[in-house]
Design a protein around this ligand. Sequence first.
Ligand code: NAD
Length: 437
Amino acid sequence: MKIAVIGAGYVGLVTGACFADFGHEVRCIDTDPRKVEALRQGRVPIYEPGLADLITTNAAADRLYFDMDLAWGVQDADAVFIAVGTPSRRGDGHADLRYVYDAARAIATELRGYTVVVTKSTVPVGTGDEVERLIREVRPDADFAVASNPEFLREGAAIGDFKRPDRIVIGTTDPRAREVMAEIYRPLFLNQAPIMFTDRRTSELTKYAANAFLATKITFINEMADLCERAGANVQDVARGMGLDNRIGSKFLHAGPGFGGSCFPKDVSALIKTGQDYGVPGRIIEAVAHVNEQRKRAMGRKIIQATGGDVRGRTVALLGLTFKPNTDDMRDAPSIAITRALQDAGATIRAFDPVGMDQARQVLDGITFCADAYETVTGADAVAVVTEWDAFRALDLPRMRGLMHTPVLVDLHNVYNPADVEKSGFSYTGIGRGHTG
Ligand code: NAD
């Protein structure tokens, strides 16, 4: 199959590279000249484990191309995947669909022969109808179908998720589009990946429902963690006891500083707006968004409390800045709200992230970026593990204690055993570990 992917970001690049690896011919189109130039020279502008190798191999095999010329990408394609960003619209929290609609109009003029236009971007229910209308308006003669195929990959594990998905959801009632999509994903049928065909609106809504449910699960266990702290219980055991129930499952029950990232916050917000527009307010997800928003800054207060209640003139070391490990993505990372809360209280911040430093520099002001964990904690009055990178799971605690001004450790992901940390001379604060014995 010949495939065009519009938008070479996290999703577009992984989608393009994996489709090429299946044996399809893929043309990835992006409007950012620096991104396209870098990709052509074999430099991958984002950090995603395994992606650089996959791109190099498939580009060398003449199956994967990068260009700014959308006409060249689209004209021979059997399917055109729209994988541009759908951020929150400034001011009201709706999904900002301008990139999707711009791409749809640009695609419309270049269509030749039957083409399936696929929204891979996360888009609110009904967006496919509008994409179809826009294309029809520009090209009343075009032979095309618009399908929805939401992406469920996780940054940091994107290639594995794309190649071994829990499911593939395809929203189209057009038999020819179904055939094209089935052919594109055929290599995954062989891996027995469940492919679910449904109508377009159902497919669009499924993506939001899934993300909002996962965000709810995280927020639920975070609230239980707060209760554990007050009530003298251990949230990790509560989560384990809950998760062993097959109806609940153990995933996404890890208490922490609140969810962030490029998807959950904006998708929860967009689903809230969709519900309101349809006169069906989503009270549960409204509460999830509110509770999570409060929580990030509250983690700053937690660090202040652990440091003795006043951080004015004191130094706090933050380990990990990205919204989760194995990505350089800083979008809506809890570290941003935590840093601001600490700075507002008068603290000096030192910080280190194994991969996200370049991105972090663009969104965080007035902090000292360090070369590694030990340099970061030097002279600090407290250290907080903000992102649970593997590199922070086995720190040399005695060495750290020797470097710090005051040995205070705040573990926002419960990666340490409190007794071990205390044995090394630290005072320890975790999440939801209120049990006394
Ligand atoms: P991104 O911001 O990393 O990439 C989007 C890319 O599209 C950018 O490189 C931009 O230059 C390009 N672009 C914008 N307009 C364009 C146009 N008209 N023509 C060509 N290129 C254009 O975004 P992302 O993280 O890859 O997300 C893309 C979509 O996938 C979003 O809807 C997101 O919600 C969804 N999604 C993301 C993830 C994730 O983990 N990042 C997972 C599942 C779904």
